[in-house]
Design a protein around this ligand. Structure first.
Ligand code: PGA
Length: 247
């Protein structure tokens, strides 16, 4: 399977900054062994479409509302994102769960809607430090997958990002062994929920303080199929370097 290296810009890089950033990014020597994806904020998607159409870099949105259209002031619908050339939809990032009331049930609706209109969901799962310390990691991640994928379509593409909450933006990256053991557990849950073939072809990305200097060891793990990168994705060179590790 082709690895995915995705950059989650979070609430950074408005349209003007995005234009400058993407013009730098397209000049980098991006490994052809990976699929490169950026997740800009909504307001920068049109600029992203302009800059990346015709390149090999894909893009997606950080959130969407799970309805086709209607009276939902302030929200953005999946067909609008398709209109902007998006290929992926980030769902259930821990910041959305923590600050914006995202639940496993709302994730399930978003996964269903994304797939129905042809976006590839990237469902984020991961435990907090307290959950890890109380040995609940597997239980938490299993529940996030069981509920979040309850409406998922087996025959449509899907990706998962494992992001331990304690590793996001903290500089504390999971060890390759810690990450691999959760990725393997995720693969097994996917087998049970969606069947062995789907589990095998579903990319499971690791996220949480990924940088060029820790990506190489993580990338060697059998069940790590790419990275979801926050901070280090905001600088074109450091983002590109993450893909220079042997993939
Ligand atoms: P980080 O963020 O790489 O800055 O830890 C990852 C993420 O939140 O997706």
């Amino acid at each position: 399977m082709k690895r995915i290296i995705a950059g989650n810009w979070k609430m950074n890089l408005g349209p003007n900054q995005a234009r400058v950033f993407l013009s730098e990014l397209t000049k980098q020597d991006l490994s052809k062994k990976a699929e490169w994806v950026v997740f800009p904020p909504f307001v920068s998607l049109a600029e992203t479409q302009k800059a990346l159409t015709g390149t090999s870099i894909s893009w997606g949105a950080q959130n969407a509302y799970p309805a086709e259209k209607g009276a939902f002031t302030g929200e953005v619908a999946v067909p609008m994102l398709i209109d902007l050339g998006c290929r992926y939809l980030l769902i259930g990032h821990s910041e959305r769960r923590q600050f914006f009331g995202e639940t496993n049930d709302s994730c399930a609706l978003k996964v269903q809607t994304a797939q129905a209109f042809g976006l590839i969901p990237m469902l984020c799962v991961g435990e907090t430090l307290a959950q890890r310390d109380s040995n609940a990691t597997q239980e938490v991640v299993t529940e996030q997958l069981e509920k979040g994928l309850s409406e998922a379509h087996k025959d449509k593409p899907l990706t998962i990002a494992y992001e331990p909450v304690w590793a996001i933006g903290t500089g504390k990256v999971a060890t390759p062994e810690q990450a691999q053991s959760v990725h393997l557990a995720i693969r097994k849950v996917l087998e049970r929920l969606l069947g062995p073939a789907k589990a095998k072809e579903t990319a499971i990305l690791y996220g949480g303080s990924v940088k060029a200097d820790n990506a190489a060891e993580l990338a060697k793990q059998a069940d790590i199929n790419g990275f979801l990168v926050g901070g280090a994705s905001l600088e074109p060179k450091s983002f590109a370097q993450i893909g220079s590790v042997p993939l």
